[in-house]
Design a protein. Structure first.
Length: 622
């Protein structure tokens, strides 16, 4: 790798070679069959019990559960190519249902457990779902009004014994029927239809084949750099991301292939206890998880001297990490780092289970300082980049190949090209087969020579490492004609412990401003750390200390951009952004257009108040 201190001239295309050999007759069920044949008694996953303990499940047990469920699907009338919806939290049964549907030759249609009735209805109708496997009666209630419409005819509820009922129904189906259906699938067979979050428009059904997932996965896992983190029964992943997310499902498939043990956790509510009980060696998370870990550690430190020691230790961790990209840490820095670890840093790694060495962060940029902080703890956070249309991962930092602030180089066997307007294009075995029922949208995102247009803007350095700088559709043009990418501002402000979500506005306006949605879970703890009583969320939004903290977050973000691009005013929203109102996608991403529309009055008031205040500050104003 070249000297990281030297400026990197941009390049326009980069491919990462592959070391993998793709086996013949490859499909997703074949990955399970291969694992059973080689190590049937190996541990596939550990399942959390009511008392918080984790109990292992062998690969043999997984295969038996999958086979019984697949036969039940066949007995229920599911034919090859039929669409089966799966909706539920992150749990072992989700994966059983996933592989059972695939083994029956059918197509999985995942739905987020947070989806509204309207979102679920659109997916059922657009995908032509025949059967649904859901976790709870509440989820089933969203779908029952749709039964009998089109092809939709059955719902199995996991908590009501739905999988056991399917197994009983399929008792007389021969194993050879399922085996024949599985073996009939090849790399071009459709495996799943995953609906986009709809942050920039109506959700679209992304058609992914067995090859998009299986072949792409093998290229990555067999890479010697990636295999260090994931291959072997001594590698352990605590999985809490929703399995409706393409990347989470991809990682489950990768862990099955790599023999890495998965710990299924249905939510983040008990994450600290789960980390300490399961003791993972690596994590998969979104930046907000890493921000929360840091923010909670800082709040726990309290005030006064203890807080000063925490900030000193965190600064040392960052300095130590940054030195690794230069000439290396000095003897004096090594000594201070050792003291910082003893006083503060080792306690944080202990909270995370004590064994985490790696983590993958995706879906949004991780702050550079945060990346250095965790590496200073001894945890390598590898940023990744991808979209549903490219089977999730497209670029990722790998152990030994990390550049903090970038999302790494292209995945093995994958290429990245930067178009003339800065758009990131992708080509490789992971590029999807198209949007369901929407050939026009498919044609719009594909170039004539087969590259997928991501809609993201980025740049490649001379080593082929990608940096994402924003979204084409998110570009704000102020009344003064200044082009502003909101992503850097939003990502910085969002890292503050008080902020749940932020949307930067200013299109056609005289300056850039921001709407801020407070974090309901973090605000009480922050108020307590400041010696302020719990005043309630909306009252807290008006507290001078809260306003000052938010202003500090805005000021820090403004340091990243020119004055013309900076946020000149902000406003805490009168209510939280809502999934039910369409302001957040099912994956909890902000839908900018909807938020700007729904909060139009508050945005108008923000600008009116700020402009009036400016008038009062002018010389000679009364």
């Amino acid at each position: 790798m070249s000297d990281p201190a030297r400026p990197k001239p941009a390049i326009h295309e980069h491919w990462t070679p592959t070391t993998a050999t793709i086996p013949p007759h490859l499909n997703l069920p074949a990955l399970l069959s291969r694992r059973v044949a080689e190590h049937p008694d190996g541990v596939f996953a550990e399942i959390k019990q009511d008392d918080g303990a984790f109990v292992p499940v062998t690969v043999r047990q997984l295969a038996e559960d999958v086979a019984k469920t697949a036969k039940g699907l066949v007995a229920s009338g599911i034919e090859p190519g039929d669409r089966v919806l799966i909706m539920g939290h992150t749990r072992y049964e989700w994966t059983v249902a996933d592989f059972a549907v695939l083994s029956a030759g059918a197509v999985v249609v995942p739905v987020y457990e947070t989806s509204s009735a309207g979102q679920a209805q659109r997916i059922v109708e657009d995908a032509g779902v025949s059967l649904a496997i859901v976790e709870t009666d509440e989820m089933a209630a969203l779908l029952r009004p749709l039964l009998g419409a089109g092809t939709f005819r059955r719902i199995a509820v996991i908590d009501d014994g739905g999988l056991a009922e399917l197994a009983e129904r399929g008792y007389h189906v021969e194993d050879s029927v399922v085996r024949a259906r599985s073996e009939a699938c090849d790399l071009t067979t459709v495996a799943t239809i995953v609906y986009t979050s709809g942050t920039t428009g109506t959700p679209k059904g992304v058609v992914l084949t067995h090859g998009n997932l299986a072949e792409h996965m093998i290229h990555g896992v067999d890479d010697p750099h990636f295999s260090i983190m994931i291959k072997g029964q001594d590698k352990r992943l605590l999985l809490f991301l929703p399995l409706a997310h393409a990347f989470a499902r991809y990682i489950v498939i990768a862990c099955l292939y790599a023999e890495c043990v998965i710990g299924y956790v249905p939510s983040m509510k008990t994450i600290v206890d789960d980390l300490q009980a399961f003791r993972p060696t690596w994590l998969l998370a979104v930046p907000r998880v890493f921000e929360t870990i840091y923010n909670r550690a800082e709040l726990t430190a309290g005030g006064g001297l203890r807080h000063a020691i925490f900030r000193w230790a965190s600064d040392i961790a960052v300095d130590y990490s940054m030195s690794l990209d230069a000439e290396g840490p000095s003897v004096w820095l090594r000594l201070r780092h050792r003291v910082a670890r003893a006083l503060v840093l080792d306690r944080i790694t202990a909270i995370m289970g004590g064994h985490v060495g790696y983590a993958i962060s995706g879906s949004a940029p991780l702050g550079i300082r945060l990346g250095h902080f965790f590496r200073g703890l001894g945890i390598i956070v590898m940023e990744g980049y991808g979209l549903t249309e490219v089977a999730a991962p497209t670029c990722v930092g790998l152990p030994g190949l990390i550049k903090i602030g970038t999302v790494g180089a292209p995945y093995p066997a994958t290429g990245i090209r930067i178009a003339d307007d800065g758009e990131v294009l992708v080509k490789g075995p992971n590029v999807f087969a198209g949007y369901l029922n929407d050939p026009e949208a498919t044609a719009e995102v594909m170039t004539a020579d087969g590259w997928f247009r991501t809609g993201d803007l980025g740049r490649l350095d001379e080593d082929g490492y990608l940096t994402i700088v924003g979204r084409k559709k998110d570009l704000i043009i102020t009344a003064g004609g200044k082009n502003v990418q909101p992503a850097p501002l939003e990502n910085s402000i969002r890292s503050d412990p008080l902020v749940s979500e932020v949307v930067v506005v200013g299109n056609g306006r005289p300056f850039v401003a921001a709407l801020i949605d407070l974090d309901e879970q973090m605000v009480p703890a922050w108020l307590e750390s400041q010696g302020i009583g719990d005043t309630g969320l909306r009252e807290a939004a008006r507290h001078p200390a809260v306003i000052a903290e938010l202003q500090h977050a805005v000021d820090q973000a403004n340091r990243l951009v020119s004055r013309a691009e900076s946020v000149r005013a902000f406003r805490v929203t009168s209510r939280p952004f809502s999934t039910a109102d369409g302001e957040l996608s099912a994956s909890q991403k902000a839908r900018r257009t909807t938020i700007v529309e729904h909060f139009a009055d508050e945005i108008d008031q923000l600008y009116a108040e700020e402009l009036a205040a400016r008038d009062r500050r002018r010389p000679g104003a009364h």
